[in-house]
Design a protein around this ligand. Structure first.
Ligand SMILES: CCCCCCCCCCCCCCCC(=O)SCCNC(=O)CCNC(=O)[C@H](O)C(C)(C)COP(=O)(O)OP(=O)(O)OC[C@H]1O[C@@H](n2cnc3c(N)ncnc32)[C@H](O)[C@@H]1OP(=O)(O)O
Length: 170
């Protein structure tokens, strides 16, 4: 399995509620490449990222359905994680081992979410990310969330490389 980018964020950039590995109360989302573009079928030749999260009872909107803010959070950090994967790869940085501090860290500039149908509580939510554009310090990611194989939400994240000013605020 490919390494999760969040396991390679520097310690001082790993406290995020959504994806920080050092946030015990957070979601601890993990995002990784699921195809390196070297496959032979149509789906294998396009690099994609994947983030999987199973909501807990406290993430309920109404009985049986997931809270939309949680859906947005999962798409958000799937987007920044995907941007980080793309920039890290583009700069020729190999993620070595299970953990490290070699990832380029991104924050959310813009988050768009379209809720396509109610998200059922129970099954894992699977988010696939596609890198739409890399432009300097800005990466645009398009994302699709499925549950039980059905699309429940789509989104777009414009991620910007984390400014050093956020380090001071942390
Ligand atoms: C190893 C290092 C550690 C460092 C240590 C840091 C700690 C890192 C903790 C991380 C934690 C993460 C957490 C995860 C996800 C959150 O939750 S992040 C929290 C929510 N997001 C924020 O608070 C971000 C607040 N906004 C900002 O800080 C700044 O506006 C930004 C986003 C960094 C951009 O500022 P900037 O770098 O000065 O951007 P700027 O040079 O003006 O523009 C560059 C390009 O981006 C575009 N752009 C600028 N802002 C936006 C925007 N909001 N939307 C879309 N496009 C934009 C511009 O149009 C421009 O595009 P082009 O003309 O090149 O095509």
């Amino acid at each position: 399995m490919e390494p999760a980018i969040q396991d390679h964020y520097p310690d001082d950039a790993a406290a995020c509620y959504g994806c920080g590995r050092l946030n015990d109360q957070g979601l601890q989302l993990k995002t990784r490449w699921v195809s390196d573009g070297s496959g032979e079928t149509a789906t294998e030749t396009e690099s994609a990222t994947e983030t999987v999260f199973t909501p807990r009872p406290e993430h309920t909107a109404m009985p049986g359905f997931v809270y939309g803010g949680l859906v947005a959070s999962v798409i958000d950090c799937s987007g920044t994680g995907s941007a980080s994967l793309a920039a890290t790869r583009d700069r020729g940085i190999d993620l070595v081992g299970e953990t490290g501090s070699d990832a380029v860290r991104f924050v959310t500039g813009t988050l768009e979410v379209r809720y396509q149908r109610p998200t059922p509580m129970g099954p894992p939510l699977v988010v696939r990310g596609r890198i739409a554009e890399v432009k300097g310090r800005k990466v645009t990611v398009e994302l699709t969330m499925t549950a039980n194989g059905e699309t429940v939400a789509t989104g777009r994240v414009i991620a910007l490389e984390a400014p050093d000013t956020m380090r001071a605020a942390g």
